[in-house]
Design a protein around this ligand. Sequence first.
Ligand SMILES: Cc1cc2nc3c(=O)[nH]c(=O)nc-3n(C[C@H](O)[C@H](O)[C@H](O)COP(=O)(O)OP(=O)(O)OC[C@H]3O[C@@H](n4cnc5c(N)ncnc54)[C@H](O)[C@@H]3O)c2cc1C
Length: 514
Amino acid sequence: MLHTPVLIVGGSLVGLSASLFLAWRGVPHIVVEKHPGSSPHPRAMGYTETTLEHYRMVGIDDRIPQTPQEFRLRRVTVASLASEWQAEHAWTPGDAEQHNSGLSPNTGAAIAQDKLEPILREAALEFGADLRYCTELLEFEDHGNCIVARLLDRKSGQEYAINADYLIAADGADSTVRESLGIAREGVGHLRMVRSVLFTCPEADQYLALGAQQFEIKQENFSAFLTTYNDSRWLLMFVDDIERSEDELRVAIRKVLGRDMSFDIIATGRWEMAGRIATQYRHGRVFLAGDAAHQLPPTRGGFGANTGIDDVWNLAWKLHRVLEGTSDSSLLDTYDAERRPIGWLRHQQTFSRPDYAKWVDSDFKAVPLFSNEAIELGQLVRSSAVIGAGPDLPCAASPIDWVGQPGTRAPHIWLTTSAGDTISSLDLFGTDFVLFAGTQNWQETADKLKLRLILIGRDIHFSEPDTFTAAFGISPQGAVLIRPDGIIAWRCNKVAEDGGTDELKVAFAQVTAS
Ligand SMILES: Cc1cc2nc3c(=O)[nH]c(=O)nc-3n(C[C@H](O)[C@H](O)[C@H](O)COP(=O)(O)OP(=O)(O)OC[C@H]3O[C@@H](n4cnc5c(N)ncnc54)[C@H](O)[C@@H]3O)c2cc1C
């Protein structure tokens, strides 16, 4: 029987990202996708700095057109696209909407899902991924020591079995993998069905010059929502669940455009607005990722696909270490421990915001809103793979306030290498654990642990002498351990020879489960 270390079910955004991150790490795997390619209905459009940082670490961010520094996603109320703006609505009321504020080396991206997926696909293939389209997972069994899956080649009609060490279920909100494992979901549940029509209208693009990309359409006896994929494709979403004929769709499109413009209908869609988080992200050798783990409606914070891409970024390095034998399989338990609370954080933040608060019933308890920066760049993860992230800490905060808190993303700082190149601190992470330290005394222990030491003043240089201590909240003699996913695992204020290296050995063994 064919064997693969990892079988990924689903070749959409999250499955392809998982494939890319594993392939880049040299982990052999197979992706099965039942369709011949990307869905013709693009869906996601907004990608966050964090997502672009992950793609940066695997070296493909420059293939994805990124938004200019000054870009802001703006939503306005109008009678029609061609009419005056009546009001503007912030995603996070009271927040300065200060995106691209220098906290990341990347800006976000505004690219339609069906254009991003081919970029990911090509990159994954370059790194050696085995992608099988028109291939459906029919059923699988977790035998405790391996997964046995039965696949159908939908082109030839041939069925075959495959044996895998682990399975990633990136098979979407209706995940049959999740269903077959009997994993329940919790959350606000079903809210409503949304019908949409996708059309091209190059003439309408001129209205984007005014600065808004999303339009709440309010007319007497007619409300709808209009948004763009920035490539002359526009999406009109209705507030009801009524099936419309082509003529009726054309009438509605004319109404929202507000003046005579030529357009062509491409496709119609119907999707469920819902909030559901799986009660477990890991079951034996199976990991749920993306919409299979957390179904959330499209948000202006990018809480859908971006959360799923972040899931598999978190999982890929753990699978890599366990499969190469440098970590115990218990490291994989930290996936659920770290990612499920993030799913809940985003669920609660979505339905507490005005965009969605109107759709949830009174049983839902709204929570205080975090700033966009806190959600995007200041989430905290807690598990045995982090030391010093206690329950007293908030689940998100501004990255500026965290100052090196273990469990948060290591800050982006521009620095100079010994070769004189200017890079982001994030460019030093990705492949393996890294120890940042201010003194050479950490070297011997780092070598024994086969840990890459980056010595401030020798390997890298900051423009200000106290940048390292200020950014990571430690003394000049201290050290910081960064995980391959760029999360701070541990930090130490002690001098190396005065207990620091002993602490490092214990910490490294714990966070790597080795
Ligand atoms: C209108 C709209 C706009 C959105 N905008 C955004 C946005 O701007 N930003 C954002 O972050 N998110 C957005 N989202 C959400 C985003 O599209 C989803 O979160 C994302 O597509 C989830 O990706 P996924 O790979 O987890 O699942 P899916 O995209 O649902 O993919 C699952 C894949 O698994 C395959 N599959 C299923 N079962 C099997 C099987 N048995 N065998 C083989 N293959 C199988 C399916 O064919 C499918 O290709 C939006 C969603 C909608 C509806």
